[in-house]
Design a protein around this ligand. Structure first.
Ligand code: AMP
Ligand code: TRP
Length: 329
């Protein structure tokens, strides 16, 4: 029997190769065998201030990139979080289960809230909405990048606590974290992950960057002292990160890459890396172009996805309400 797979990506900024290698590439593999739901989590994006026009555009752009990356709406359900009201509704019930103490231990909240003038209460309860996303669909497996490990643990704890208190209601989900490439680091600073919210766009290669922009960003990427291309995460974090990117886009092993550039230095390596990335993204960019010419097609897919997801979510909500003692009218 196929397993239920759920994952989500926030529609903020343009997706970058960290999102692609850490998350979306797994999605396209999983959809072959498993029962997949892929969600654009717009309600999560609202935990920090968003321009409404930009959010709407980014939501559709993210959906377009999902499809352009090879997510097949015939195989997987693709939908927008807010189009299924049960996400926000279940989050409330789970907020009554999650504790302040455990949310206060979330490292991502600490990172996102430091140095901010105001911090929304939703940013604090963000992981509970994420648990709701996952638990609504009785999810078996959640493919995510390494940075979501702690949130996944919390989702499991919340599911178990709810089940313990009210009786078996939720499946307890397993994370699926990718090995090589589960944490792509910033091109400008290899000690921090590549991120949509980094200050400079030299930090990341966006999936829709033109070949020239990709070449420029790779040329300007930081490297380490010395000039040899070899993998050593501790002492050569920047070069190791670039090698990981090369390896994931080309399919060549790190050893092969190391041999290929022995005695050649960073310049040659970076030049080739840029071409590997340009070529790696070309098919995706082509499909995205095509999709942008048919905006209605995308909307139809998302509508159909919302209906399919909504039907599953409704079952879970019925059970949850029954269990906690909501009056049925
Ligand atoms: P976000 O951009 O935070 O919505 O992340 C969407 C997905 O991409 C999540 O599964 C993340 O774990 C993954 N992800 C984000 N940044 C990176 C990165 N630098 N390396 C690998 N995976 C990432
Ligand atoms: N928090 C995730 C991120 O920033 C996005 C997300 C929201 C998600 N809900 C989810 C990922 C459910 C997996 C499952 O990357």
């Amino acid at each position: 029997m196929s397993r239920r797979v759920f994952s989500g990506v926030q529609p903020t900024g343009t997706l970058h190769i960290g999102n692609y290698l850490g998350a979306i590439q797994q999605f396209t593999e999983l959809q072959q065998e498993e029962d997949c739901l892929f969600c654009i989590v717009d309600l999560h994006a609202l935990t920090v201030p968003q321009d409404p026009v930009v959010l709407r555009e980014a939501t559709l752009k993210t959906a377009g990139i999902y499809l352009a990356s090879g997510i097949d709406p015939k195989k997987a359900t693709v939908f927008i979080q807010s189009s299924v009201g049960a996400h926000a509704e279940l989050a409330w019930f789970l907020n009554c289960i999650a504790t302040f103490g455990e949310l206060n231990r979330m490292t991502q909240f600490k990172e996102k809230s430091t140095n901010q003038e105001t911090v929304s209460s939703a940013l604090f309860t963000y992981p509970v909405l994420m648990a709701a996303d996952i638990l609504l669909y009785q999810t078996d497996v959640v493919p995510v990048g390494d940075d979501q490990k702690q949130h996944l643990e919390l989702s499991r704890d919340i599911a178990q606590r709810f089940n313990h208190r009210y009786g078996e209601t939720f499946k307890v989900p397993e994370p699926k974290i990718l090995g090589v490439g589960s944490r792509i680091m910033g091109l400008d600073d290899a000690s921090k992950k590549m991120s949509k919210s980094a200050d400079t766009d030299l930090n990341r290669i966006e999936l829709l960057d033109s070949p020239d922009v990709i070449r420029k960003k790779i040329k300007r990427a930081v490297t380490d002292s010395g000039r040899d291309v070899y993998y050593d995460e501790e002492n050569k974090a920047a070069v190791s990160n670039l090698m990981t990117i090369y390896s994931r886009f080309s399919g060549d092993s790190l050893d092969t890459i190391q041999e290929r550039y022995a005695g050649k230095g960073y310049g040659d390596f970076k030049k080739d890396l840029a071409e590997v990335v340009v070529e790696g993204l070309r098919p995706l960019q082509g499909r995205y172009e095509e999709l942008s010419r048919e905006p209605q097609y995308l909307l139809d897919i998302l509508k159909e996805g919302a209906e399919k997801a909504g039907a599953i979510a409704e079952q879970t909500m019925k059970d949850v309400k029954e269990k906690v003692g909501i009056v049925r009218l």
